[in-house]
Write a protein of this length. Structure first.
Ligand SMILES: Cc1cc2nc3c(=O)[nH]c(=O)nc-3n(C[C@H](O)[C@H](O)[C@H](O)COP(=O)(O)OP(=O)(O)OC[C@H]3O[C@@H](n4cnc5c(N)ncnc54)[C@H](O)[C@@H]3O)c2cc1C
Lengths: 281, 786
């Protein structure tokens, strides 16, 4: 509750943020992941560069696909008509983050930079093939969400780099859903499953599936996808996918004292089925 | 005229200040020149302290001093254990305010830092270098009592602090040997973290000129705190003033006197400036007492016809690293004496072993001993029912003590005051629609849905309690209360009480008692508490005792005033006292209703004293010390209905019915609030709460990210019912209701879940019933398939 001493700079632009940040500094967005760890003295940056009011990082625009500013709050994303239309699963995931207070402050940039394995938005970003747009002192680059998340609290982000936005393809012709099994204590995900189904008549032409919560990072599940694709999503297909998803995530399992890895792995199968049902419902 | 104030659900007068954030808690009080204390705490559960180097810390900006137990020397006596249960071979190991040579749990204080700023104090605390030699730790109480366990205190052999026996072992054996059926279960009463909304805080201000110490602290019992602070600092008790300002909940965790309170007092005396300490939530979880922590081996004997014959248990009760203030009394007196519950069962036996471990000290937590007893009893009744193939409701119905109005002695030697258990039982079953539910349950099962019902009949002892009994069971204090009803010349009332409510709504209910007795408008009555200099002596707010004991003192003080008022009114109206009639705060003369003296008129005249009857003293104020002749025994029946999702193990609590009898309800809204909160707290023990330690004694559930507090959306709307059976010995007939919800709800919810799982072959799961454990139990019962 008593953070170490730090310097504070408020940046007015991306350039100012990039030029202000020092080696032992951190960007401060909504503060809803960073401040708790500082208060517990688990992290002690010497400098905070506040990016919360940088105009370039705000806003959500729809232009063929979606571009969501890194500074967009969970609430802004959850309630955006464009996001709801083009990627309902992301709106749903952001709407299930924490409580209203958290959603009013927490940003998508901060959420993915922090890379808490039990977060909600990363699972949808990985399932839906999102791209993370990054700017550093040496210019800008883009990384696919699947490559962006590296491991537990570990991303592809280099020191001093800033996430500027996240882009997503238009999924409005897919059936997509995010289903979360919340941890009763923290309400983060024990398991979160995102599915994005391209349907062709009664059959599933393509399935994209990702799991978070049960894993050290959001994991794309090729086995489950293959088990669903080309089927009518009947019980046999769902059971096969539920089995396959357990192998898809077996190298990446995470757990805690109350909800061990083995349980979460099983639940990934259960919640995959529920996610497919939700996507179709 | 208006409806009676007694029994009306008026709004809690405490709430406006609480919900608008205007209440003033200890940490809100700012004193100029205050120093902030940070405590260097052991990161190990068990470790020798080899050396402490505070030089770097002392050199830091704003740091005034760093002290260790060596610096304190004999400046502070060890913290006393104040419940010395007799005939138990009790050992009370020294509990120094800062660890001497050895730390005994994670969070045990090793040094204190005093600085001009809270942040700097924390920086300096982090800079104190302590060289520890880690020792093997033990957390599980049964393991700690076993062969070869690490010794927590050298002078507590085998870690056994006490061994308390209730009942006759041979007589119990005879009952069990002859019984048709005996069921048994190993029950874990997991550790719980009380989690009051306001963490603990203490600020001491010593005035060297007057040699007076004022201590503001989060206390449920400021008079007990004064007593103990005086004892440990050596200051005369009349030079110590303890103030409990607004206190944001306690649930028992603010009864004990902790090292931190002694340390700020000592530091303020030493430095002559005010010293403040407020714990963080992380500290709260590490160092504020925990509750429960029993390993129980329980057996129940019964006849094939469902007659309950006896219960017996061996209880290993984890005490943690030190014996907290009231700790020994909790798993003994407050536990074993509840072993017959509401049943006619004739044989009880309990051996309770208090065990030192390397966990945080445990002490009274809402219900304190009684939930642990009620759980084992109700669990075993369900086990008996299963064993003999009888409906658990039938077993209970068959064994309930019939209605009684004035005294019923049970096998534990308690004399229950009054009860009509069958009435509350049948009412709850009606509300639940028990028969219909059993039919629904059957048809749901055919669709692969698992519904369950849990029914708990309970009674409990509260309103602690007769002081003679307190003395006989080793409680180092009385259990009476005192109160003063003081009326100002303009007819406004100040009621001063020794008890110290901290969220219960007693400022409202106690005012209602006075309004009822004296006829003052309830809004003209203030209830003042929490300051040892302002209020008369009292033993505090816990054990559901403030309404039963303080309420009785106030009723009796009010009655004395009313008698005075009647005589004075008669005098003023030149009438015979016997002709005075009283109604709604007004005295009149029989037969001439036009002439009247209001209670306010009388109060004014008593102050003016211009015209007093012969021999009557002026003033309008009365005090009363009230020592209850017996405990009060509220009772009732709770029912839970749940559905378990067999695919995930997730429990959905669908209905909760609570019929409670606490005698006449002074304020039904407040009673309902107490039951709601209590049920949530007790259900949470069944469903989600539980402190977990690693093998080396690290608390793994050190924050609310892992320690699962109950949340509103886990609960349905509660369905409350009541029966009203007055206590025969209480001036207004009331019984306590602060703990009943917690006592009844844990077994109710647990039994409902196990009932739902019965068709799947699951018969036991350790609490809390997390979905992961429920799911695993289902898998195990199905032979490990998934
Ligand atoms: C009570 C509570 C409940 C929560 N529940 C959930 C939940 O259920 N599901 C869930 O997904 N999350 C949950 N969260 C986390 C929440 O989503 C956080 O808001 C989010 O993880 C961090 O976003 P922020 O804007 O607050 O980032 P900050 O806390 O400000 O920053 C987090 C990290 O990201 C870095 N950072 C921030 N912005 C950028 C950027 N643009 N570029 C590069 N680095 C950046 C910071 O330097 C820091 O290291 C919860 C948080 C709280 C406090």
């Amino acid at each position: 509750m008593w953070p170490n001493k730090f310097d504070y700079v408020r940046a007015g632009s991306v350039d100012e943020a990039l030029s202000s940040i020092t080696d032992d500094g951190k960007f401060l967005a909504g503060g809803h992941s960073l401040l708790p760890v500082m208060k517990l003295r688990l992290d002690a940056p010497e400098q905070l560069v506040d990016i919360g009011r940088i105009p370039e990082l705000q806003g959500i625009s729809a232009n063929g696909g979606l571009t969501i500013g890194a500074g967009a709050t969970h609430d802004a994303i959850a309630t955006s008509a464009d996001v709801q239309a083009m990627c309902g699963a992301l709106a749903s995931a952001c709407g299930q983050v924490g409580d209203q207070g958290v959603r009013n402050f927490g940003t998508i940039g901060g959420n993915i930079a922090h890379a808490d394995p039990a977060s909600d938005p990363p699972t949808v970003l990985v399932a839906c093939g999102a791209t993370v747009n990054i700017q550093g002192a040496d210019g800008s680059r883009s990384v696919g969400a699947q490559d962006f998340f590296v491991d537990l609290f570990e991303t592809d982000l280099k020191d001093g780099e800033l996430i500027t936005s996240v882009s997503l393809p238009n999924c409005s012709d897919c059936q997509c859903a995010y289903v979360k099994f919340p941890h009763p204590a923290s309400r983060y995900a024990i398991v979160g499953v995102a599915v994005c189904l391209k349907m062709d008549g009664g059959a599933c032409a393509q399935a994209d599936v990702a799991v978070g919560g049960a894993t050290v990072k959001a994991v794309k599940c090729a086995g489950a996808e293959a088990a669903l694709a080309g089927t009518t999503l009947d019980d046999a297909a769902l059971n096969a996918a539920a089995e396959a998803i357990k192998s898809d995530i077996s190298d990446w399992l995470a757990g805690d004292i109350a909800y061990p890895e083995s349980y979460r792995q099983q639940m990934a199968g259960v919640f995959l089925k529920r996610a497919v049902a939700a996507a179709q419902g | 005229m208006s409806t009676r104030i007694f029994g009306s659900g008026i709004k809690r007068r405490e709430d406006p200040r609480l919900i608008t954030g205007e209440a003033r808690y200890t940490d809100d009080i700012k004193l100029p020149g205050v120093l902030h204390m940070a405590v260097v705490r052991s990161p190990y559960a068990h470790a020798n302290i080899v050396s402490i180097d505070s030089s770097a810390a002392e050199a830091m900006d704003g740091v005034v001093a760093v002290y260790t137990s060596e610096d304190i020397g004999d400046g502070l006596a060890g913290l006393p254990t104040a419940w010395l249960i007799p005939d138990s071979d009790l050992k009370t190991p020294e509990h120094p305010a800062l660890a001497k040579g050895k730390a005994r749990y994670v969070g045990d204080g090793v040094a204190i830092v005093l600085a001009d700023d809270r942040y700097r104090a924390q920086d300096a605390a982090d800079a104190v270098v302590v060289d520890y030699e880690e020792l093997p730790a033990v957390i599980d109480p049964e393991e700690a009592a076993g062969e070869g366990a690490p010794l927590v205190h050298d002078d507590v052999e085998g870690n056994i602090a006490f061994r308390w026996v209730m009942g006759d072992r041979e007589a119990s054996d005879a009952v069990f040997d002859a019984a048709d059926v005996v069921v048994s279960e190993r029950i874990l009463q997991q550790r719980l973290l009380p989690t009051a909304m306001e963490p603990r805080s203490a600020m001491a201000q010593y005035n060297p000129a007057t040699q007076e110490l004022t201590l503001w602290c989060t206390s449920q019992n400021p008079h007990i705190h004064r007593f103990i602070i005086s004892a440990v600092t050596g200051l005369n008790e009349n030079k110590v003033r303890v103030i409990a300002p607004e206190v944001g909940g306690g649930f028992g965790s603010k009864i004990p006197c902790y090292p931190d309170e002694a340390l700020v007092s000592w530091a303020s005396i030493k430095l002559g400036v005010p010293v403040k300490w407020t714990e963080t939530r992380s500290e709260n979880y590490l160092i504020t007492i925990h509750g429960r922590d029993h390993v129980q081996h329980v057996e129940m004997a019964a006849g094939n016809d469902g007659t309950l014959l006896g219960v017996r248990a061996t209880v290993y009760a984890g005490m943690g690293g030190y014996l907290s203030t009231a700790a020994p009394g909790i798993p003994t007196i407050l536990h074993g004496l509840l072993y017959v519950g509401p049943y006619t069962m004739g044989s009880v036996f309990c051996e309770s072993i208090g065990v030192m471990t390397n966990g945080t000290p445990t002490d009274a937590y809402r219900g304190a001993g009684r939930p642990e007893a009620t759980f084992l009893l109700e669990r075993m009744v369900d086990n008996v029912a299963r064993e003999i193939g009888m409906d658990p409701v039938e077993v209970r119905r068959k064994n309930l003590i019939p209605a009684f109005e004035d005294g019923y002695e049970v096998a534990t030697t308690l004399i229950y005051d009054s009860g009509d258990y069958p009435a509350a039982f049948e009412k709850a079953l009606d509300m639940a629609g028990y028969g219909d539910f059993r039919r629904q349950q059957k048809s749901a099962e055919t669709q692969g849905r698992y519904l369950g019902i849990g029914v708990t009949a309970y009674t409990e002892m509260c309103g602690l309690g007769p002081s003679q009994v307190a003395g006989a069971v080793g409680f180092q204090g009385g259990l009476w209360e005192s109160a003063t009803v003081r009326v100002t010349p303009t007819g406004k009332v100040q009621a001063l009480i020794g008890a110290s409510p901290h969220g219960q709504g007693s400022e409202t209910t106690l005012a209602q008692i006075i309004a009822e007795e004296l006829g003052f408008p309830v809004d003209d009555i203030e209830v003042i508490h929490g300051d040892t200099t302002e209020t008369p002596m009292g033993w505090g707010t816990y054990g559901s005792r403030t309404t039963p004991v303080t309420g009785a003192a106030l009723a009796q003080a009010s009655r004395k005033l009313k008698e005075k008022a009647r005589v004075l009114a008669a005098h003023l109206m030149e009438a015979n006292v016997d002709d005075i009639e009283y109604a709604d705060g007004s005295f009149s003369v029989k037969g001439s209703p036009d002439q009247a003296q209001s209670i306010q008129d009388v109060a004014l005249m008593a102050h003016l004293a211009w015209n007093m009857p012969e021999g009557m003293d002026p003033g309008f104020e009365e005090s009363q010390f009230y020592d209850p002749p017996n405990f009060v025994y509220p009772f009732g029946t709770h029912i839970a209905i749940v559905e378990v999702d067999a695919e995930t193990g997730v429990i959905d609590l669908q209905r909760y019915i609570a019929v409670d009898d606490c005698g006449p309800q002074i304020n039904p809204e407040i009673v309902a609030g107490q039951i709601h909160g209590g049920v949530v707290q007790g259900a949470a023990q069944a469903l989600c709460e539980g402190a977990i330690y690693s093998d080396d004694g690290q608390l793994l559930t050190g924050s609310m990210m892992d320690y699962c507090m109950p949340k509103a959306d886990m609960f349905p709307n509660f369905e409350l019912g009541e029966t009203v059976t007055p206590s025969p010995h209480h001036p207004v007939g009331v019984k306590g209701v602060g703990e009943t919800g917690t006592i009844a709800s844990t077994p109710t919810v647990y039994n409902a879940v196990l009932d739902a799982l019965a068709p799947l072959g699951v018969t036991q799961i350790d609490m809390p019933l997390t979905s992961a454990k429920v799911w695993s139990a289902i898998q195990d019962a199905n032979g490990g398939g998934s």
